[in-house]
Ligand binder design. Sequence first.
Ligand SMILES: O=C(CO)[C@@H](O)[C@H](O)[C@H](O)[C@H](O)COP(=O)(O)O
Ligand SMILES: [Zn+2]
Length: 199
Amino acid sequence: MLEQRIQQHFIDSADLKYHAAPLLSKPIADAVQALLACVTSGGKVLSCGNGGSAADAQHFSAEFVGRFERERPELAAIALTTDSSILTAIANDYDFNVVFSRQVRALGQPGDVLLAISTSGNSANVLAAIEAAHERDMVVIGLSGRGGGKMNQALRDTDVHISVPHDRTARVQEVHLLTLHCLCDAVDALLLGDQETSL
Ligand SMILES: O=C(CO)[C@@H](O)[C@H](O)[C@H](O)[C@H](O)COP(=O)(O)O
Ligand SMILES: [Zn+2]
């Protein structure tokens, strides 16, 4: 019974990945181009999200600043989810809805990229970060699910929306993580050439 339940998670996750691959490969490739333009012109990536998506935001920035699978120069990325002093001060003095947007206004420059992650597309602090990024002439890569929610309206035509076609938060997050690894792999391939992985 329990093992069957566990196996069903694996099957559902694999099914979604098969189904989503042809739907998401184009927006993911568009996101790669946005990231490449950013890093080759001296820009940086700011990333944000709540809960599991905060972990995803940090996962991405760790692989940009550190490395993914291949040796390469450092790439600039900052997760806006990590500084507890900044987060508590902004939430305490202003509102939790602006914990990311104030950091975007403080750190964002034209040509930078905001990686905005929300499985529902409806988290107010992520939506406010998108608005702040537009004020700073940044491109936004939005990762969502469940039809995209309010992120559909928040994003511009010049942004990239990667919307996972599933309603369950955990399944959406599983495809978000795969997407982040696709982004890291493709940026490395375009920067270094299409070689085999070294790690
Ligand atoms: O990881 C999970 C569920 O798998 C949760 O921590 C989840 O990330 C949180 O409930 C978030 O607050 C959901 O926000 P969002 O993805 O809708 O923006
Ligand atoms: Zn989770």
